[in-house]
Design a protein around this ligand. Structure first.
Ligand code: SAM
Length: 246
């Protein structure tokens, strides 16, 4: 998979793209990341990428010409690329969108700055707009890295075991069960006995029950009755009953 990032601050990408799982995925050529400085497509002695807003008001707006030229250059190399503008006004990024993007061969993430990009870029040059949440950041670089990270780890081979993805939060509509590691007792707090039992069927059942319970407690909006089988309903009822008794 190829991921292009268009930004006026390419230096912000260096660390996150070199470290850990993403760094290794790039080194192993499982993903290819191309970072382009939008300024390279700007003209004039100062290579200006922003200008004052028509109609007045505070802040600057990203000029259309450099952005359009940078996007056109990515599209010329691959007309099938999906161009995505990072924007607090886009559709909210979720795990299902990460899966959707991970199946594409090529995405291009466009980072806005200042008050945002000229509306004509939004209307005529991008295919999609993604927000990473209902808050406003100073630029699209961190959102682009967030999207890249969530998408890249779903590309086959990037994580050691693709099995772990199947049980993760939001996959299958639930939050994941809790995790424990050594020591068995930490500051007087014990690991649940069942996890030490070696009984894999019982552990699977406990984990499913914990997933259901946590989702109900923390994200009831995710817990759709229709995705629960009869065993799930039984597990949940049992966990709620136990909770009431405690
Ligand atoms: C300061 S913001 C512009 C906000 C814009 N004036 C508004 O009120 O909608 C500058 C840039 O940061 C990026 N950005 C900020 N918050 C974001 C978010 N929640 N999700 C995705 N991108 C975001 C976008 O690329 C945006 O163009």
């Amino acid at each position: 998979m190829i991921i292009d990032i268009l930004t006026i601050f390419p230096g912000m990408m260096a660390g996150p793209l070199q470290e850990s799982i993403i760094g290794k995925a790039i080194a192993r050529e499982l993903i290819e990341v191309q970072v382009t400085n939008i300024r390279d497509y700007a003209s004039g002695p100062h290579r200006t990428t922003d200008d004052r807003p028509f109609g007045g008001g505070s802040g600057m707006v990203m000029k259309p010409e450099p952005l359009a030229a940078a996007i056109a250059s990515v599209r010329a190399a691959d007309p099938s690329v999906r161009v995505i503008l990072l924007s607090p006004q886009g559709r909210i990024f979720k795990q299902e969108i990460a899966f959707e993007l991970s199946r594409l061969p090529h995405v291009c993430l466009v980072c806005g700055r200042y008050e945002g990009v000229d509306e004509r870029i939004r209307n005529h040059y991008v295919d999609d707009e993604i927000s990473i949440g209902d808050y406003v950041l100073t630029g699209g670089e961190l959102p682009a890295l967030t999207v890249l990270d969530a998408v890249a780890r779903l590309v086959p081979g990037v994580l050691g075991s693709d099995e772990s993805i199947a049980e993760e939060s939001f996959v299958g509509g639930l939050l994941e069960y809790p995790h424990y590691t050594r020591p068995e007792i930490y500051e007087g707090h014990r690991v649940p006995e069942i996890l030490l039992s070696g009984n894999h069927a019982a552990i699977r059942r406990w984990r499913r029950q914990q997933s259901l319970l946590r989702t109900r407690q923390r994200r009831p909006d995710l817990l759709k009755e229709e995705i629960l089988g009869s065993e799930d309903r039984k597990l949940l009822a049992e966990a709620i009953q136990r909770e009431r008794e405690d």
